[in-house]
Design a protein around this ligand. Structure first.
Ligand SMILES: *[C@@H]1O[C@H](CO)[C@@H](O)[C@H](O)[C@H]1NC(C)=O
Ligand SMILES: *[C@@H]1O[C@H](CO)[C@@H](O)[C@H](O)[C@H]1NC(C)=O
Ligand SMILES: *[C@@H]1O[C@H](CO)[C@@H](O)[C@H](O)[C@H]1NC(C)=O
Length: 329
């Protein structure tokens, strides 16, 4: 009987864990571990100092913290920081607009801006600055999951699908089922395995020639504009890769769909890790660092900001998200 109890407790815990994490914990850890390969020695010292950690997996270790924190009473305020609900019209037209899409409770773009400043704000307590590093590692991951940049059906949370014959939803399939199927499991050891493989692809493989273009548009003096570049780049994939034929409601995705999106999922994890490293280098040292390659030919697009007192909280998508408790399920 005690054994049965602990087993059912474990399976309930597993179901909950599966349900609430953006990129599952493993995807976030892989992003942190990839970034570790591209931060400079000075950045490593700076971040390890703020984290109070000399772990060999120091960015991987903290990458999923924000998902457990938002489940706590103290951390509930941060739930809307994990996504931006782009109110576009996929698969016909994808777009992100800061004014239209970032509600008054905040969004991942505003959060990346806020916590970028807070890492460097020496007036804050050590704990606040530690949390700021953990938030940045997590949110740079989240912004690279296409369904974290999409309002449709609460970011795909209410699109019921099957994966390996189990009923789930499209958001969860992208967060967890696909990444774990690609690499074989959900632990830190699998994250390390994935990070090693994707780092090789960045250095000399699939991404060797495209990686410098990943860093266009980065400006540490304008974190909002930088995060908007990442959000737009990622949101475009909703139209081209995630739901090119509209919501796959009721379909089994562990087949042709899975095969069609694996390259996109892997590139997003690699890109998030590489961009995170360059961003942490910029924060810690003011330069993107010698370990990354940057293409400076980027043309800036003007972005609009929320005017003082601006509120877009009444749209159907914003109301649906609030009714959903700002969570992934
Ligand atoms: C910035 O982060 C702090 C600490 O988590 C939070 O209290 C504050 O509301 C955030 N500000 C914005 C504009 O999101
Ligand atoms: C999928 O689930 C259905 C209903 O539970 C079952 O009848 C079917 O045999 C399952 N198929 C596979 C391939 O497991
Ligand atoms: C970076 O952002 C600052 C602040 O908005 C701006 O003044 C500067 O021109 C930007 N740099 C580039 C290269 O766009």
């Amino acid at each position: 009987m005690p054994r049965l109890t602990s087993l059912s407790f474990l399976s309930v815990t597993a179901i909950l864990a599966n349900g609430v994490y953006g990129w599952g914990a493993m995807g976030h850890e892989a992003i942190g571990l990839i970034a570790q390969n591209y931060v400079t020695a000075a950045t490593k010292t700076y971040m390890q100092g703020l984290l109070g950690s000399t772990s060999t997996t120091y960015l991987g270790d903290v990458a999923a913290w924000a998902d457990t924190y938002r489940e706590t009473t103290a951390g509930k305020f941060s739930a809307p920081y994990h996504f931006i609900d782009a109110e576009d019209s996929p698969p016909t037209a994808c777009s992100v607009d800061f004014n239209r899409d970032c509600g008054s409770a905040g969004c991942v773009v505003a959060a990346i801006s806020n916590y970028t400043s807070r890492i460097k704000d020496t007036k804050l307590s050590a704990t606040e600055r530690t949390n700021a590093v953990k938030f940045i590692v997590h949110f740079v991951g989240d912004i690279h999951q296409p369904l974290h940049d999409e309002a449709l059906d609460v970011g795909g949370n209410t699109i019921a699908v099957k994966f390996d014959n189990k009923t789930t939803n499209l958001h969860s399939v992208w967060d967890t089922a696909i990444p774990e199927k690609i690499i074989g499991g959900g632990t830190l050891a699998y994250a390390q395995k994935w990070a090693t493989a994707l780092t090789a692809s960045i250095n000399t493989g699939t991404y060797a020639s495209s990686k410098s273009s990943w860093l266009t548009g980065m400006n540490v003096s304008d974190a909002t504009a930088t995060a908007m570049v990442w959000a737009r780049d990622t949101n475009a994939l909703v139209c081209t890769k995630v739901i090119p034929d509209g919501p796959p409601t009721g379909q089994e995705l562990d087949g042709a769909y899975y095969t069609s999106v694996v390259p996109t999922v892997e590139e997003q994890i690699a890109k998030a890790g590489y961009r995170l490293a360059a961003w942490l280098n910029l924060i810690a040292t003011g330069s993107e660092g010698s370990k990354v390659k940057r293409d400076l030919s980027f043309q800036w697009e003007p972005i609009s900001y929320l005017p003082e007192g601006y509120v877009n909280d009444g749209s159907p998508a914003k109301m649906a998200r609030r009714a959903f408790g700002d969570m992934c399920h």
